[in-house]
Each structure stands twice: as C-alpha cells, then as structure tokens.
Design a protein around this ligand. Structure first.
Ligand code: SAT
Ligand code: MN
Length: 587
C-alpha cells in the first residue's frame, strides 16, 4: 500500500495514540536532548540511560535492559509473504493478513502517554544509488538514539523521500516488554516490518537485520543484487595496494574483530568498511561492488579487549560522535566505567552485574551478559577506510565464509570456482552462540551465515547466488575458514585474532597468483609452508591437524547436509545437488 511520509505518520498517530510526536532531524542538539530525556525516563523500573565516566569513555551512556530482552528471538520472528513457499522452510511464516491483525491488536493505543519518535533514515551513504530510504516509528528513546548511530537519520532522509511513497516502513513499540506479546513480523512484499515487545538491537533497530538483511535480501532477489550478513574490509599490502574482501560468519563468531584487525606483518594494514552487513551490486566493469548500509557497530562487548581487539577499544574511547551506548555490560562502581569479561584481566572489586546487583565473583556467572553490546559510530573507528563513503562501493576480490566448528572444517581452503563456493557456503554449519536466545553450542546449518536473516526461501536464494555468479565478469575467489578447531583436550589449536591475518595474507597471495595450491576432496588447500607462520610458536603437527580432513567426520557432515538440503526439497538448485553427489562420492 503506497503511502507518503505525512500519511504514514498520521496513520501511526491514530493507531498508537502517542501524547507527542517527534520527528527526528539528526542534529547534535537533538541527540543531547534525547540523551537528557533518556536519563530522566524509566522503562519498567530501569532508568533508560546513565552517564558513564567521561574521561575514560567520552560521551558514553549505560543502558540495562529487561533480563527477558537480551538477544534476538528467532522463534518470534516471522516472514509474512502471500504464499508460504515464498518464505521457505528457513523462516517462520504467517499469513500477512493474520499477522497484521495480530500486530494491530498490540499496537492499538500502545503509545498512550508516550512520545512517538519518527525516525527518517537512509541505509547507505545518501549520495549512493544503492542507498535506500526508510522510516521507523518507535516509543523507545534508546532505540531512537541507537538508530541515530547505526544509520543516517534526519534531514537527508526526509529530503530524499520528499513526497514519494517509496520507502521502507518500520513500526515499533516496546509495549510492556512482555515476551508473550513479542513478535517481529516482516512483510517483504510491502517493504514493511512490525515489531512489538522488545527493545533489543536486532529486534528493535529495524534498519539492521529486519530491513538491511531480511527485507533487502528480498529486494535484492527481485532487483538482481545481494544483501548479505558480511563484513567489508580492505587489505593493504606493503606496496600500498588495497584488496577488498567480504566475510560472512554467523553472529558472535568474530566478524567485528576481523574487520578491525591489526595484521601481524609489517607493512600490511586492514581498512574497515563494515562489520555486519554488505549490499553487493554488479557495478563498473561487471565486477561486484559492496557498500555497508550501516554507519555504526552494534558489537558484542564480552571478549573485547586490548588483546583481542585493540582497534575497537580505541574506537570506544575515541568518541567524537555523540553518544556511544553500552548495553547489559557490568559497571565498575569505583570509577563508573562499563566492564565486561575480557576488558581487563582482573575483576574489579566494586562491580555491579548486568542486572544491577552487586557482583559475586564466586557465583560462577559472568558479570556482563554474554551478549552485552556497545553501539558506536563507525566514524570513531581509527581504521575506517577512506573509501567508506564512496557511493559506488568497493570492488570485491575475495569472499571469506566461516563458522564456529570444533572439528571437521579445516583452518582454510579455497573453492575451485564460484559455483563450488556457493555450494561450500550453502553447507556452513556453526555452533550456536549467545547472540540468539536458545541452546548454546549445537551445530546448526547456517548457509552464508544468513539462516536467521534471509527474507525468502533459501532454495531461491541459492539459485540467486548462482545467477549472480553467471553475470559477474571477474567473480571474487571464495575461501572457507574455521578459526575455532579444537584439539583432543578441547583447546583451540589456532591462536585466532590478529594471527588470522596470516591466513588473510595467504588469500591475498592467492588472489595475486603468488602461491599455488594442492587439490583435496573438498577444495584447494594451501601448499605446505605457504601460510606465513614467522614469529608464531605453532607446531608443524598442529598445522597438519588444523588442515586435516577426517573421513569419519566428513561422512557425518555429509549426512547432516543431506538432511538440511532435504528440507528444501526440489528448491535446491541442480548445480548444488550435483556438488553434493560429487562430494559424497569422495568419502
Ligand atoms: O542482535 S543483532 O541481530 O543486532 C546482532 C547480531 O546478532 O549479529
Ligand atoms: Mn550480525
């Protein structure tokens, strides 16, 4: 249903009956005003924002959420296409009319006594032809402030929208943060999302997963481009040449650390362009070009520290953009700083945990929630690429796919060509993490790291990937990685973090044709000694184990893949089915 911005706001006002309507302009004064409102407001008994120590963490504020609202809720997330097959077995589906009726019931009068924030925003740099116009309404000042960090909010969006009705509509209310009345409903065919009952990032910042992945993946399917759960980074060699990579990993597998990596080698540098989402178009010369639709990081705090991600620590302290938010971390009361496991070696003695209780270090529980988060502008990042705002995006030479696997998957391999790469990406498995609610540590198939984010049937999505490959002039090389393989004692065999740059350097050498490969059952493996291990204390035997293909493990893997593929029936493209037969033959 086409609708201008004015009409949309009017309808929303009539539906939710807020006592105020506030249209955001994106200015600095506005941010200050909203922060000050948030410091005075309470949502179910918790002050929305508290100021943190300005010397240690400039312009930073602390938010504690309802303990029932700390992660994405995939079981309450629906894709409401006209036909069930369009959503596919990878999505929960509800009939669009039924879904709307349900949501309208929740939204009716939901903002009584509250302010409705109208957030006009652009995903992508506003000069880019790939950027998209969006509007979200919300009654959460925390969401309004977060959106301002994560996207380009305000005047530019209003100007771009003008009197047109071609914009994404996001309708959000936190309701009373009741999990029984919590739903995130997507209507890809109407460019619309309705979200109720949660204030958590992926559920409530509708420009993020809801729009830029679920809705945008569907738009990309219609329009011939890709919206992916991927980092974008540039790798600069000592000669000064920058090669751009995309990287897809399930949530909380180290994507953010990868994009802010400081390589261990002299003369190499990594330029950051994005840590979560890439929109990929066929651009100049028939090559793939990527833009990051977002303008901030919504990163996992737990585990982030000067050893694991020094650049992020600098980003958090280099705060020019106002404000930065910390959510569900602990707080060190001795100096009013946010604290989380991994930010320092010792546990401060005056610590409040993420729920505001005095922290008991003998409790065996972490003080910060394992999915505690920071929301910080990408412009604070000291390694931000000068190409970040380039409207045409950056040309992509390599795509890295990975998952979190304690066994089976080798440290790294390259796929033979685009179609083998699409196959390898379609069979990614990963152990589940705290970024989504549910059981931890099970292996689930997560093709392209998009399982929770693909807004249409994954069978069609795989075919779309194959089709894109046919249209691209010089398809990027596709690499598979696993930083998380463990030995018999359950210890990680690969040091990870900055040492991952050794693997990336090998990929760079591959792209430049500087090193050969040996062909194995599943793809092209590094020749012995071709991954630069200088200065790293790792045994030859460990490297062999990291690259080992265990036939027993692969047999099991293949049967899990068959089970997964079977869910999609004849929607799995013939090409991919052939790859699976060929793989099975080898084991
Ligand atoms: O919670 S979010 O979906 O915003 C972040 C993530 O899971 O990657
Ligand atoms: Mn993510």
């Amino acid at each position: 249903m086409a609708m201008s911005l004015d009409l949309f706001v009017k309808e929303m006002r009539e539906l939710m009956i807020p006592s105020n309507v506030y249209i955001m302009d994106g200015s600095q004064e506005e941010a200050e005003r909203l922060v000050s409102i948030a410091q005075k407001s309470e949502v179910d008994g918790r002050v929305v924002l508290k100021e943190l120590n300005d010397d240690e963490y400039p312009n930073s504020y602390y938010h504690r959420s309802n303990p029932n609202d700390v992660a994405r809720t995939e079981h309450l997330t629906f894709v409401c296409t006209v036909l069930k097959e369009q959503a596919g077995p990878n999505n929960n589906w509800m009939d669009p009319n039924k879904a709307k009726e349900k949501m309208m019931g929740f939204f009716k009068g939901a903002m009584k006594g509250r302010t409705m924030y109208v957030i006009p925003f652009v995903m992508g740099t506003p000069m880019s032809k790939y950027a998209k116009n969006c509007v979200q309404v919300t009654d959460s000042v925390y969401v309004a402030l977060s959106m301002r960090i994560m996207s380009r909010v305000g005047k530019q969006a209003i100007e771009r929208i003008g009197s047109s009705s071609d914009f994404f509509r996001g309708i959000h209310s936190i309701g009373d943060v009741n999990p029984d009345k919590r739903f995130i409903m997507h209507f890809p065919q109407e460019n619309l999302v309705m979200s109720f009952g949660s204030g958590y990032g992926g559920n409530a910042l509708l420009g993020k997963k809801c729009y830029s992945l679920r809705i945008a993946s569907y738009l990309g399917y219609q329009e011939g481009w890709l919206a992916e759960h991927m980092v974008i980074m540039g790798v600069q060699s000592p000669e000064g040449k920058v090669t751009y990579f995309l990287g897809a990993f399930p949530s909380a597998c180290g994507k953010t650390n990868l994009t802010l990596l400081e390589p261990v080698f002299k003369g190499y540098k990594i330029w950051t362009l994005g840590d979560d989402i890439a929109w990929i178009n066929i651009g100049e010369g028939g090559r793939l070009y990527a833009i990051n639709p977002e303008s901030g990081f919504f990163g996992v705090a737990s585990g982030t520290g000067v050893n694991t991600n020094p650049v992020m620590m600098k980003t958090l302290k280099n705060n020019k953009f106002y404000p930065t938010l910390f959510t569900n971390t602990a707080v060190d009361n001795s100096n009013n700083t946010p604290w989380w496991e991994g930010v320092s070696n010792d546990i401060p003695s005056h610590l409040s945990d993420w729920q505001g209780c005095k922290y008991d270090r003998n409790s065996g529980k972490p003080a910060a929630h394992p999915n505690s988060r920071f929301t910080v502008s990408i412009y604070n990042c000291p390694t931000l690429s000068p190409e970040y705002d380039n409207p045409r995006g950056v040309p992509i030479s390599g795509i890295i796919f990975g998952g979190r696997r304690k066994d089976t998957i080798p440290l790294v391999y390259e796929t033979k060509d685009w179609s083998s790469g699409v196959f390898a990406a379609s069979i990614i498995g990963s152990e589940t993490t705290a970024a989504a609610s549910g059981q931890l540590g099970n292996v689930r198939r997560d093709p392209m790291a998009m399982l929770p984010f693909c807004g249409y049937s994954m069978g069609d999505y795989f075919q779309h990937w194959l089709n894109i490959g046919k249209r691209v002039k010089k398809p990027p090389k596709i690499f598979m990685v696993n930083w998380f393989r463990k030995d018999e004692d359950g210890k990680f065999m690969w040091p990870g973090f900055k040492d991952n740059s050794r693997v990336i350097k090998w990929m760079l050498d591959r792209i430049e044709g500087k090193t050969g490969v040996r062909e194995c059952e599943i793809g092209l493996f590094p020749q012995e000694g071709s991954i630069d291990l200088s200065g790293l204390d790792i045994k030859e035997k460990t490297m062999q184990k990291l690259l080992k293909i265990d036939r027993g493990e692969w047999k099991k893997e293949i049967s899990m893949i068959e089970e997964f593929y079977a869910k999609f029936g004849d929607k799995i493209p013939v090409d991919l089915r052939n790859h699976l037969y060929a793989l099975k033959e080898k084991f």
